[in-house]
Write a protein that binds this ligand. Structure first.
Ligand code: PGA
Length: 250
């Protein structure tokens, strides 16, 4: 089965209304180049609807950065998956390490969020990854395996679920694992998925994330079993993001 690669930009807590100009630049460039990958931008919730309206009908898709497991209710400050969908999102990131780290989110909650995304017909981009001490202790595969097992809901399909392997120590640091280290984790995730979801696993995309930049994107994205990237810092400027997307130029 061929998996269409995905390059997703996670803007985190960056971006105001004026930043929609970056989305417009992306739209224009993608309309000219039509890469072999899907392109998703996940801006802050405050501008999600604006980005979605602006990019409607283009090759730029819009996603959320997090959602609450419930559809609605008394959860001050939270955003439900249905609301993201209503605002024009096609996907939502769940279980990002910054949510796990700063908000104490654990696998069971991440799984419930992914289920909420599926209920709202959003694709869930489920993030997993080890910390530096865990890697140093040789626990990378065990940690990732526990997170994959605990964070993916039953009923995950190739269409509604995307994995993102993001070593915590590589996020925002400029450090990345070696190609062999990335391959080892992606192949181990693939076999975990195959054991649980059978043939469906073949179609599930596994993105790499953590300090993907224009200058290392080609080396990372051409690795076997890497089906795209989740890009933080380098997704904020259309020019850098497009350089990364251009690895998938036709
Ligand atoms: P980075 O972030 O590309 O800035 O390292 C990646 C992420 O957190 O998704």
């Amino acid at each position: 089965m061929t998996r269409k690669p995905l390059v997703a930009g996670n803007w985190k807590m960056n971006g105001l209304k004026a930043s929609v100009s970056e989305a417009k630049r992306l739209m224009a460039a993608l309309a000219r180049n039509r890469p072999r990958c899907e392109v998703l931008v996940c801006p802050p919730a405050t501008v999600l609807a604006l980005f979605a309206q602006t990019t409607k009908g283009s090759l730029v898709r819009i996603g959320g950065q997090d959602c609450h497991p419930a559809a609605s209710g008394a959860y001050t400050g939270d955003i439900g998956a249905e609301m993201l969908k209503d605002a024009g999102a096609r996907a939502v990131i769940v279980g990002h390490s910054e949510r796990r780290q700063y908000h104490g989110e654990q696998d069971a909650l991440v799984r419930a969020k992914a289920q909420a995304a599926h209920r709202a017909s959003l694709a869930a981009i489920i993030c997993v990854g080890e910390t530096a001490p865990e890697r140093d202790a040789g626990e990378t595969l065990a940690i990732v395996s526990r997170q994959v097992g605990g964070s993916l809901p039953d009923g995950a399909t190739a269409k509604n679920t995307i994995l993102a392997y993001e070593p915590v120590w590589a996020i925002g640091t400029g450090r990345t694992p070696t190609g062999d280290e990335i391959i080892a984790v992606h192949q181990s995730i693939r076999s975990l998925l195959a054991r649980r979801f059978g043939a469906e696993a073949e179609g599930m995309r596994i993105l790499y994330g953590g300090s993907v930049k224009p200058d290392n994107a080609a080396a990372i994205l051409r690795l076997p079993d890497v089906d795209g990237a989740l890009v933080g810092g380098a997704s904020l400027k259309a020019r850098d993001f497009l350089d990364i997307v251009s690895v998938y130029a036709r």
